[in-house]
Design a protein around this ligand. Structure first.
Ligand code: OFO
Length: 172
């Protein structure tokens, strides 16, 4: 059985994962409108992954006798000045999510809820992976800058990156 404190904290994370899915969906759409299909597909996949993260939490809360809350979401940013800016925002967002997961792990220990603590380790590992991918992409984009040819090649390469990262971190 979940304590009220951990239930509230898990529900807050459900909302964050749902908002993350919307944040990346908006990025996918923007990239698609700009004609960069590889980047757009990568973002659509990220958006799907975040929804999976949310669902995993929803099931966990309900299985442990809580009530997962499906709440209203903040609207995401829908336009960007550049792909560089978009990927900076992606990394910043993942860092924010990692901090939130850390807080949640801390609360699970305070509550002596070792089942939740164990469950959350999957998210800890996932965040390491997601931050690493976001950093790799940003490094590449920073090298390319405004070079159109570079962006075209990058758009092709990022499909590969999406496949590799998805294979590394299956959602159970
Ligand atoms: Fe990348 O945020 Fe979910 O966990």
């Amino acid at each position: 059985m979940l304590s009220k404190t951990i239930e509230e904290a898990l529900n807050k994370q459900i909302r964050i994962e749902a908002e993350s899915s919307q944040v990346y969906l908006a990025m996918a759409v923007w990239a698609e409108v700009k004609g960069l299909e590889g980047i757009s597909n990568f973002m659509y996949d990220q958006s799907d992954e975040e929804r999976e993260h949310m669902l995993k939490l929803v099931k966990f809360v309900n299985e442990r006798g809580g009530h997962a809350l499906i709440s209203e979401l903040n609207a995401p940013n829908i336009t960007f000045n550049s792909f560089q800016e978009m990927f900076e925002k992606l990394l910043a967002h993942e860092i924010f999510v990692s901090e939130s997961i850390n807080d949640l792990v801390h609360i699970s220990l305070q509550e002596k809820d070792y089942a939740s603590h164990n469950f959350l380790q999957w998210y800890v590992a996932e965040q390491i992976e997601e931050e690493a991918v976001a950093r790799t992409i940003l490094d590449k984009i920073n090298m390319i800058g405004d070079d159109k040819g570079g962006l075209y090649l990058f758009d092709r390469d990022i499909q590969q990156l999406a496949v590799v990262s998805a294979a590394d971190t299956p959602v159970q």
